[in-house]
Design a protein around this ligand. Structure first.
Ligand code: HEC
Length: 136
């Protein structure tokens, strides 16, 4: 009788090990979806005059941007350096991003929402964007 029990125990033990190994195998082989957060847009980039970038940096410091953004690290909003990595410096993208800052936005970097900044002039918003895009 004790012999029977030990054989049963051994069998259960072996079955468990086989199952465990199979599970681990499965976990290893599960395909992983690559999530590209930056989604770089290819294209030639213009340069940004240093004085303009500096003016943009000051405008940003006096606005609420740093409540949700930092220069290097993703927080509520994307890091400024990540935004710079995605967009080439062209008039078109500067205008587009200026409008996004004024109108607010969501869905381009995730689910968080950027509040609108209706009091900003397009010129100031674009100068801020130029500073951000200069951080390449
Ligand atoms: C309430 C938080 C918040 C504030 C304040 C804020 N942002 Fe944002 N910002 C975000 C979020 C969140 C996103 C990502 C939106 C998205 O996924 O479309 C974002 C995205 C951006 C983008 C990229 C837009 C795009 O479509 O790729 C720029 C440029 C930007 N912000 C600039 C600014 C500037 C300049 C200011 C200050 C005037 C500012 N933000 C203030 C939260 C904020």
């Amino acid at each position: 009788m004790p012999e029977k029990i030990s054989i049963l125990t051994l069998f259960v033990f072996l079955a468990r090990i086989t199952l465990l190994a199979a599970c681990q195998q499965e976990a290893k082989e599960l395909p992983h979806k690559k999530v590209d957060y930056i989604r770089k847009i290819e294209g030639p980039s213009d340069s940004i005059p240093v004085l303009v970038a500096q003016r943009g940096e000051v405008l940003i410091a006096y606005s609420d941007c740093y409540e949700c953004h930092t220069r290097e690290v993703r927080s509520k909003g994307p890091a400024f350096t990540d935004i710079a990595k995605r967009y080439p410096v062209t008039n078109g993208y500067i205008k587009l991003l200026g409008l996004r800052v004024i109108n607010g936005g969501s869905g381009s970097w995730g689910k968080s929402v950027m509040l609108p900044h209706p009091k900003l002039s397009p010129e100031d918003a674009e100068t801020m964007v130029k500073y951000i895009l200069s951080l390449k």
